[in-house]
Design a protein around this ligand. Sequence first.
Ligand SMILES: *[C@@H]1O[C@H](CO)[C@@H](O)[C@H](O)[C@H]1NC(C)=O
Ligand SMILES: *[C@@H]1O[C@H](CO)[C@@H](O)[C@H](O)[C@H]1NC(C)=O
Ligand SMILES: *[C@@H]1O[C@H](CO)[C@@H](O)[C@H](O)[C@H]1NC(C)=O
Ligand SMILES: *[C@@H]1O[C@H](CO)[C@@H](O)[C@H](O)[C@H]1NC(C)=O
Length: 370
Amino acid sequence: MATQTLTLIMLLLLTTTTFHLSTAQTKVKGAYWFPESEFPATSINATLFTHLFCAFATLSPTNFQISISSSCSSFTSTVRKSNPSIITLLSIGGGSANPSTFSSMASQSSSRASFINSTISTARNNGYSGVDMDWEYPATTTDMKNFCTLISELRAAITKEAQSSGKSALLITAAVSATPNLNSPSYPVSCINTNIDFLNIMAYDFYAPTYTPKVTSAHAALNDPSGGISGSSGITAWITAGMPANKMVLGLPFYGYAWQLNDPANHGLGAPANGVATATGVGIDADDGSISFNYIKSFIGSSGATTVYNSTYVVNYCYSGKTWIGYDDVDAVSAKVSYVKNKGLKGYFAWSVGGDYNWSLSQKASTTLG
Ligand SMILES: *[C@@H]1O[C@H](CO)[C@@H](O)[C@H](O)[C@H]1NC(C)=O
Ligand SMILES: *[C@@H]1O[C@H](CO)[C@@H](O)[C@H](O)[C@H]1NC(C)=O
Ligand SMILES: *[C@@H]1O[C@H](CO)[C@@H](O)[C@H](O)[C@H]1NC(C)=O
Ligand SMILES: *[C@@H]1O[C@H](CO)[C@@H](O)[C@H](O)[C@H]1NC(C)=O
């Protein structure tokens, strides 16, 4: 009897420990890296993350196979040097890829098969633990239906490959818009839930200096009391559509946008502006006004810009002369990751790791999630 009780206690302890381990492992502290960021992969402090995404594999419009740069080939071995247990995923597509190539690929059984075969082989041959679908964006009801077929077939092929190779199955993730139907018919939410391990919610780029109306804005606000699009309204829309909170990962931008104020004395949120800031160009993309957090920090240092944190919208901004920049500093990151915890989301990801300054945002995000 005593032995049986002891065995039972030990079993219970074992179960509890295993449960805690797997619960801890389900959190995502993620970030994307891309070779063009001028930030070498060797400089990534991978101990601050659980998951790193190499962006992007490209999709051929002729044979529908994917290919990767040498930096994505060596990415896994590079980042494992600072964190041997880091999980790496190969991200396919991205904002600059032609969405019509994805649309054609997903529309035919033979091209889907070619894509799926090359995706699994490329991921395995280069040490990745998963693949990230970054089709930006399926635009029609047919695209959405084909996206479902594609990820269902990808899941089936990945399950089959895991059985024959004896390795654990590759993860499948996808990067999607902030709501299921932001600029398109709705994503196939139930199909996504069935086939995908977790979903990266791109809760940024809601506004930019090139957009109308021309007013300063929080491009990645967590909240918008005036009812506009925000991170929290997006997450709520996904949950309402049937996506479980614990499969969603909130996107954190490690960059902001620089507007040109009409009047330097009118510098709040919603102040009239005149497109992309031109005065202090360092690091500002002249086309869309985007600027990495590290360049924002140098701008603040050199210009002596005034900095403000608005906790209603959850945004930092700074202004100096006619330049106004909205971005996420540690205050916004901390509030967003607290939201992730309170809402029971799976974690966060950053776009992109090279934009950080002295690891301050990555560090704040990681300690806040715990
Ligand atoms: C990487 O981050 C960890 C955790 O914050 C820190 O202890 C370590 O000093 C950092 N390493 C480098 C090289 O910055
Ligand atoms: C891809 O296709 C090749 C050639 O038919 C085959 O040898 C290989 O096993 C396939 N790979 C996967 C992951 O299905
Ligand atoms: C944030 O900005 C809005 C718009 O200007 C303003 O109404 C609100 O009071 C600000 N919130 C804080 C906490 O400053
Ligand atoms: C970088 O971060 C560390 C703490 O993580 C801090 O001690 C140091 O002062 C920071 N350096 C700069 C230049 O901000």
